[in-house]
Design a protein around this ligand. Structure first.
Ligand code: FES
Length: 155
């Protein structure tokens, strides 16, 4: 779906900016927002380009770089930290040889640190795209990553 088509689904009001950015990001392979997206939104909502960038970066929900097919979001808020999110992060970094904010060379995985995912009852927790995983241990994390790697390589 092109940018014009997505924009036309929303009234050109500031209150729709997050919905618009979200849909644009998801529509693009690599799940990111390009300069063209920012310019299109600024024009459509009659806002300065800087305001659109500022809004997108403030929420930390959007990326300006292409990301992997699977986006791993590890919660690093206090309840998860206390239960071992640091170990989870180290395990993933070791398995994929990337740091938070980076994408593997094969384009399969992007690693991100996020705050509370709303599933603190099963801390430490993470999400991979829309799937949530809790009560993580290094072994469990390795199994999960391997299963996604297999899925990704099948395609
Ligand atoms: S603190 Fe990690 S999910 Fe809430």
């Amino acid at each position: 779906m092109g940018i014009e088509e997505i924009l036309s689904k929303y009234e050109p009001k500031m209150e729709n900016i997050l919905l618009i950015l979200h849909e644009l990001q998801n529509a693009r392979p690599g799940q990111f927002l390009s300069r063209e997206d920012f310019e299109g939104v600024a024009k459509y909502l009659n806002l300065p380009l800087s305001k659109v960038y500022e809004t997108a970066t403030f929420y930390g929900l959007f990326s300006t770089k292409p990301r992997g097919r699977y986006i791993i979001r590890v919660c690093v808020s206090t309840p998860c930290y206390v239960e071992g999110s640091e170990e989870v992060m180290k395990t993933i970094e070791g398995l994929l040889r990337i740091k938070p904010g980076e994408t593997t060379e094969d384009g399969l995985f992007t690693l991100e640190e996020v705050s509370c995912l709303g599933i603190c009852g099963v801390a430490p927790a993470m999400m991979i795209n829309e799937e949530a995983f809790g009560n993580l241990t290094s072994e469990r994390v390795a199994e999960i990553i391997n299963s996604f790697r297999e899925r990704g390589e099948e395609k």
